[in-house]
Design a binder for this molecule. Sequence first.
Ligand SMILES: [Zn+2]
Length: 198
Amino acid sequence: MDKRPSIRPRAGDALIAVDVQNDFLPGGSLAVTGGDEVVPVLNEYIAAFRRDGLPIYATRDWHPVDHCSFQAAGGAWPPHCIARSPGAKFAPDLALPEETTVISKATTSGKDAYSGFEDTELARDLHHTGIRRVFIGGLATDYCVLGTVNDALAAGFEVFVLEDAVRAVNVEPDDGSKALTSMRHHGAALIRREMLAA
Ligand SMILES: [Zn+2]
């Protein structure tokens, strides 16, 4: 008997695209190397979920101009994803359907949030929609994907990380691979798109 869980998307599954925003793509103010490479891969996952009528979520950093994560305010990062600015827009080629549920996070100046669950309606909305398994990809592996995956696990969801649709900041060269290892140790499964059709 094959005891692997089925990863064919089914009722009760949701796709979560984390922070696929212009400022995190090459040319953006906080560019992740290869960040643009997740877009066509995520589009394949989006197409698969749409085909089955399954819900799609997209989180976004949505900061005020004086956000505490910015260096001018003593934070670690250059200004990025300022609400309503071009840098905060989703990647133009990301094929999010109109019915995507958009989750804005870190929207007040005094508090940062790497996880899409932090101070948002995401957990409540997923539970309300009857979601039990979440498929998470996007940017960046070692920050907002990691935070979102950990919170999804803590909230009781079964979590699949789209290993081929994430990229890392890598402040230290192996931050991304360490983050993936940590997610697996905490109970997430790493998958690639060719495994969806199995
Ligand atoms: Zn941010």
